[in-house]
Design a protein around this ligand. Structure first.
Ligand code: CTP
Length: 395
């Protein structure tokens, strides 16, 4: 998607470099339009290097390409960060005295505004009135937040955090095709206690499940995230139910499956648990040089859901270590059949792939055990592909 980022002259401009980088890494085509004063804080070279696109501020540069309207017209979303009181006032008045304000006027795309300024300027009735006008016209505000400002003062006016700005942009870009639907997602990895300090666990961080929750939220769904020992922060705007053991995860998922339209079992669930859990920490001397732990098989939650007559669209995961694609598809097809799921997202895992990495690669096995879709890229890209495939099952 094409993201136009307008940067105004405020010290928070340096933080926006990180936002631009994230948007580029997520696969967006980012075009930066700094105002003249923004360049006092961050140079055009930095914006060009980070956005991987040429940067111009001058209204009368590249006139042959009609740049003053072309950038705005071609944008899928416009982000203004930091938005200063001055630019906010210009937007409220509909002025077009520089490339940034021209581009906003020439665009029909959603506009996300992330203000940053001193508290007095933010609270000034003129600024508040202007912000009210922008809101009325459908612009989306993110922040400002309260906290330490540039000097020693503390108050409202800090630029919103990096993640909040990125989320506002991705939300503005997302189709609202899950509006009115409930999506339940399990994520993370279960822990089965051996004693009060030890457990049987796995290497799932929960990042793919959290990306699914974010994607579903952005597409308008009501999202429940059943999070097993998540190592990544749970996203804002979703209902998170923290769990740890398989029994807790099972109860939380079954309780909510009745109201779900789509249920994704992204959690890595332990197939076994210790038959008994020691009440006190186990001592090595008591084991006499060697020991064993007796294990009991856990219920298969996905299979249990798959056997229900009336059930949501069911998506399971299969983390496999095979390297051959046909073997991966076969494993996915077998798992789909055994568990009664609609789709199985098969991903190859080994050292440096799958667990703990920012990217993922999945084959989505569907009807008749064939490949319904494949996705490769950021966990967010993979999440959107899985939701697309789940929606296709519904239809
Ligand atoms: N799953 C589940 N309950 C379990 C184990 C797994 O609901 N007790 C779900 C996982 O969340 C995942 C899918 O089933 O969506 C596949 O899990 P996996 O462990 O690969 O399946 P198994 O049937 O255990 O297959 P394998 O023989 O490969 O271990």
């Amino acid at each position: 998607m094409r993201v136009v980022v307008g940067v105004c002259g405020g010290i928070a401009a340096y933080k926006v470099v990180g936002v631009i980088r994230t948007l580029v890494l997520e696969g967006h085509d980012v075009h930066v339009i700094p105002t003249e004063s923004a360049l006092q804080f961050v140079g055009a070279t930095t914006f060009e290097a980070i956005s991987r696109n040429p940067v111009s501020t001058d209204l009368f540069h590249g006139v042959a390409e009609v740049k003053h309207v072309a950038l705005g017209q071609s944008a899928d979303v416009v982000l203004i960060a930091p938005a200063t009181a001055n630019t906010i006032a210009k937007l409220a008045a509909g002025l077009s005295d520089n490339l940034l304000t021209n581009s906003v006027l020439a665009s029909r795309a959603p506009v996300v505004v992330a203000p940053a300024m001193h508290t007095e300027m933010w609270e000034n009735p003129a600024t508040q009135h202007n912000i009210g006008l922008l809101r009325e016209r459908g612009m989306r505000l993110v922040g400002p937040e309260s906290g330490q400002l540039t000097g020693s003062d503390v108050g409202v006016g800090r630029l919103a955090e990096h993640d909040a700005i990125v989320a506002a942009v991705t939300t503005a870009l997302a189709p609202r095709d899950l509006e009115g639907r409930t999506v339940v997602i399990s994520a993370g990895g279960t822990r089965e206690p051996i004693d009060p300090v030890r457990f049987i666990g796995n290497r799932s961080s929960g990042a793919q499940g959290v990306a699914l929750a974010e994607a579903a939220r952005d597409r308008g769904a009501d999202v429940v995230l059943v999070g097993a020992n998540l190592e990544v922060p749970a996203p804002a705007g979703v209902r998170t139910v923290p769990v740890s053991t398989v029994a807790e995860l099972r109860e939380a998922v079954l309780e909510r499956s009745g109201t779900a339209d789509i249920l994704v079992m992204a959690a890595a669930v332990s197939d076994y648990r210790p038959t008994t859990t020691a009440e006190k920490k186990m001592k090595k001397d008591a084991a006499g040089g060697g020991t064993s732990i007796e294990l009991t098989q856990n219920p298969d939650i996905l299979a249990e859901l798959g056997a229900q007559e009336s059930r949501p669209v069911l998506v399971g995961f299969a983390a496999e270590t095979e390297s051959d694609e046909s073997a991966l598809v076969e494993l996915g097809a077998g798992k789909r059949e055994r568990k009664g799921a609609d789709l199985i997202a098969v991903n190859r895992v080994d050292e440096g792939r799958g667990f703990g990495t920012p990217d993922n690669e999945v084959l989505i096995v569907g009807d008749g055990g064939t490949v319904a879709a494949r996705a490769c890229g950021s966990k967010r890209t993979v999440a959107d592909a899985i939701l697309d495939a789940a929606l296709a099952v519904r239809r």
